[in-house]
Design a protein around this ligand. Structure first.
Ligand code: CU
Length: 156
């Protein structure tokens, strides 16, 4: 009797997990600058939230570096500075572009060189979407980012 009683409860608990498998978070254009081991690397990408609810990036990790953090480049009276951004909101039906001179993902304590043509995994943790892993391609980084307006389905 006890098991029969618990069954509906377990099924109810399983529903949110199933709902989350249709993941509204899309990450595109994940690219890193070439870098030397022991040094720092920078990753640029675009996070799109096609869902109906806001989400938040709460942390990042990669096997190629000790640490992966979101940084924001700030120009304060002509002095460039990088601020760590511990959590970053990605609003519903919106997107965030990490581009040179703006937001970037800083990799510190690289375990291996990042050479042109290499690729490596980067994992982003979201409050709602959970764990999203993308493949980052090591490539020359263009100074001017791709405008968000180019992306289908995005209202900017
Ligand atoms: Cu940085």
């Amino acid at each position: 009797m006890r098991i029969l009683f618990l069954l509906p409860v377990l099924l109810a608990l399983a529903v949110p997990a199933i709902a989350e498998s249709t993941d509204p978070i899309h990450i595109v254009d994940a690219k890193a600058r070439p870098a030397s081991p022991g040094g720092a690397g920078a990753v640029y990408l675009t996070v799109m939230n096609h869902g109906q609810s806001d989400d938040t990036i709460t942390g990042l990790s990669t096997p190629v570096a000790d640490k992966a953090e979101i940084h924001r480049t700030v120009n304060e009276n002509g002095v460039m500075r990088m601020d760590a951004v511990p959590t970053l909101a990605v609003k519903a039906n919106d997107g965030i572009a990490f581009t040179p001179g703006g937001l970037h993902i800083m990799l510190t304590g690289l375990h291996q060189p990042l050479k042109l043509g290499d690729s490596f995994p980067l994992t982003l943790n979201f409050t709602h979407a959970g764990v999203v892993t993308v493949t980052v391609e090591v490539a020359p980084i263009k100074a001017s980012p791709k405008p968000m307006a180019d992306m289908p389905g995005m209202k900017m």
